[in-house]
Design a protein around this ligand. Structure first.
Ligand SMILES: NC(=O)c1ccc[n+]([C@@H]2O[C@H](COP(=O)([O-])OP(=O)(O)OC[C@H]3O[C@@H](n4cnc5c(N)ncnc54)[C@H](O)[C@@H]3O)[C@@H](O)[C@H]2O)c1
Length: 423
C-alpha cells in the first residue's frame, strides 16, 4: 500500500460500469498507478451510489478480495450521503443520459472531482452551471469520450494536426447498436430517448475535437415505430447533420447516422464506420471490420461475434500468462485518474492551482471544452421533441443575430431562442 491514495466513488452500476469502470478499478487496485511526476499511488473504489443497492451487492459478491469493502449508499439521497460520509477525491457518474446533470451537480457542490459519461449533459444551461460549480470548488469536471483514444481516430487527428490531411469538407459517420440495447438493457430509461444523443455524441466530439471550427447549423430527422409508438417520443434511429465553419470562411458538413435496432445476430456487437473527405485526401475507417473475422463451429453471432473490436475493452490472456481486460475504453478512465494523481501528488501543494489550470486546458475531456458538443445535443433533443409534437424539420442555428442557440420551425415567423448567450 502506498501512503498516496485516491478514493473514488461510482454512481450508476450498469453496462458501462461492467465494461470499463470495473476493469479500471480492479487493475488499479491490483497494480496501483505509477508515474515519475506523482510516484506510487493507490486508487480505490471506496463508495458506490445507487437507487436500490442490488447491483452494488451483486458486484460486491464477485469483486476481488480487498475490494469488497466499499460503502454502498442507496435511495433518493445516495449521492449526497456518499459524498458527505466518505472521504472521496472523485466521483464517476454513469447514470442514464438524462440523469447526469443532477448527480454531477451534487458531486461538484461537495467539492469532489467529477468524471461524467458521455453525453456530459443535454443542455447548455447545465454546462454553465456545472463549469461554474467546478471553478468555485476548485475541482475538475471531465467527460468520457473514449473514441478520441481509439488508435485509428488518434492517427487521423495526428495527420490533420500535422497538416498531412488538409481542410475537411465533408464527413459521414455511423454507429448502429443492437436491439438488445433498446429492447432490454435500456428498457428502464429508453422512453423518450434517442440513439443520437446516446452515440452520435461520440462522433460529434471526434469532429469537434479533431477539426476545430465553429458550429453553425444543426438539423436532424429520425424514425419511430420499433422501440416505441410510431407517433411517440422514443426514436429507433436518428440522422443528424452539422455544419461547421473554419477560420478561412469555408464550411464542412457532417452527417451522423445512428440506431439501436440492429438485429442481435449482426456479426459484430455494433456497426461503426467513419469517412472524412479533405481537400487533399480521404480517410475511411471501419471500427468493426479491422481485419479480424472469427467463425466458431456451432456458435451463432448471438453467442460469439464474428467481427470483434479487440481495441475497446478486450479480454486477453497476456503472453506472460496473466489475464487482463484492456483497451481505449478503460484507458480513458485511467487517464483521468492519472490527471488527478498529478494534481494531488505531482508537486508542491501551493502550486496545485497551476496544475488544476493545466488540466482544465485539456480540451479532450474538460467539460468547459464541451460547449459545441452539448449545443449539438441540445439542438437534437429539441428538434426531435418538436417533431414528436407534430412540428418536424426544425433547424437550429448557432450564434446568429437572435442568440446563441436558435430554433427555426417551418411556417413559424418567430424563431425560438433556446440559449441566449454565445455558445
Ligand atoms: N463510454 C461509452 O462509450 C459508453 C457506453 C455505454 C454507455 N455509456 C453511457 O453511460 C451511461 C450509463 O449507460 P449504461 O450503458 O451503463 O446504462 P445501464 O442502463 O446499463 O446502467 C445505468 C445504471 O444507472 C442506474 N441509475 C439510473 N438512475 C440512477 C440514479 N438517478 N442514481 C443512481 N443510479 C441510477 C441504473 O439502475 C443502472 O444501474 C449513459 O450515459 C451512457 O450514454 C457510455
Amino acid at each position: 500500500m502506498s501512503d498516496k491514495q485516491l478514493r473514488g466513488g461510482m454512481v450508476g452500476i450498469g453496462m458501462i460500469f461492467d465494461e470499463t469502470y470495473r476493469p479500471f478499478f480492479e487493475s488499479a487496485h491490483q497494480d496501483g498507478m505509477f508515474d515519475r511526476r506523482f510516484g506510487d499511488v493507490d486508487v480505490q473504489l471506496a463508495a458506490v451510489g445507487s437507487r436500490t443497492g442490488k447491483r452494488a451487492e451483486a458486484y460486491r459478491s464477485v469483486a476481488p478480495e480487498g475490494m469488497k469493502n466499499f460503502f454502498s449508499a442507496t435511495g433518493e439521497n445516495a449521492v449526497q450521503e456518499m459524498v458527505a460520509q466518505q472521504d472521496l477525491d472523485f466521483v464517476c457518474v454513469a447514470t442514464p443520459d438524462d440523469r447526469h446533470f443532477e448527480v454531477a451537480r451534487e458531486v461538484l457542490k461537495a467539492g469532489k472531482h467529477l468524471l461524467v459519461e458521455k453525453p456530459s449533459v443535454l443542455d447548455l444551461h447545465q454546462v454553465d452551471e456545472l463549469t461554474k460549480l467546478a471553478e468555485e470548488n476548485n475541482v475538475l469536471a471531465k467527460v468520457v469520450y473514449h473514441k478520441l483514444l481509439d488508435p485509428d481516430h488518434k492517427k487521423m487527428r495526428t495527420l490533420v494536426h500535422d497538416g498531412v490531411l488538409q481542410h475537411v469538407n465533408t464527413g459521414y459517420c455511423t454507429l448502429l447498436e443492437p436491439k438488445l440495447i433498446s429492447g432490454s438493457q435500456f428498457s428502464e430509461w429508453i422512453t423518450g430517448r434517442n440513439p443520437g444523443t446516446y452515440v452520435a455524441v461520440h462522433y460529434i466530439k471526434l469532429i469537434d475535437f479533431s477539426f476545430g471550427g465553429k458550429l453553425k447549423t444543426i438539423t436532424a430527422t429520425g424514425q419511430r415505430g420499433l422501440v416505441g409508438d410510431k407517433d411517440g417520443t422514443t426514436w429507433d434511429s436518428v440522422q443528424q447533420r452539422l455544419i461547421y465553419e473554419y477560420d478561412d470562411g469555408r464550411e464542412a458538413a457532417f452527417d451522423i447516422h445512428t440506431s439501436w435496432v440492429t438485429p442481435d445476430n449482426f456479426p459484430g456487437y455494433v456497426e461503426q464506420e467513419v469517412q472524412f473527405r479533405f481537400d487533399n485526401g480521404v480517410w475511411n475507417g471501419h471500427s468493426r471490420k479491422r481485419g479480424v473475422e472469427l467463425t466458431v463451429e456451432g456458435k451463432t453471432p448471438i453467442e460469439m461475434k464474428q467481427s470483434i473490436n479487440n481495441h475497446y475493452n478486450g479480454t486477453f490472456v497476456e503472453p506472460w500468462g496473466t489475464r487482463s481486460q484492456r483497451g481505449y475504453g478503460i484507458e480513458v478512465i485511467e487517464c483521468f485518474a492519472r490527471e488527478l494523481a498529478y494534481l494531488k501528488f505531482g508537486g508542491d501543494a501551493n502550486e496545485e492551482t497551476n496544475r488544476l489550470q493545466e488540466l482544465r486546458n485539456l480540451n479532450y475531456n474538460d467539460l468547459s471544452a464541451d460547449r459545441q458538443v452539448v449545443a449539438a445535443v441540445h439542438a437534437l433533443e429539441v428538434i426531435l421533441e418538436r417533431a414528436a409534437q407534430g412540428e418536424p424539420d426544425g433547424v437550429v442555428r448557432v450564434n446568429d443575430d437572435n442568440g446563441g442557440l436558435v430554433l427555426y420551425l417551418p411556417g413559424k415567423a418567430d424563431p425560438e431562442v433556446l440559449y441566449a448567450p454565445e455558445v
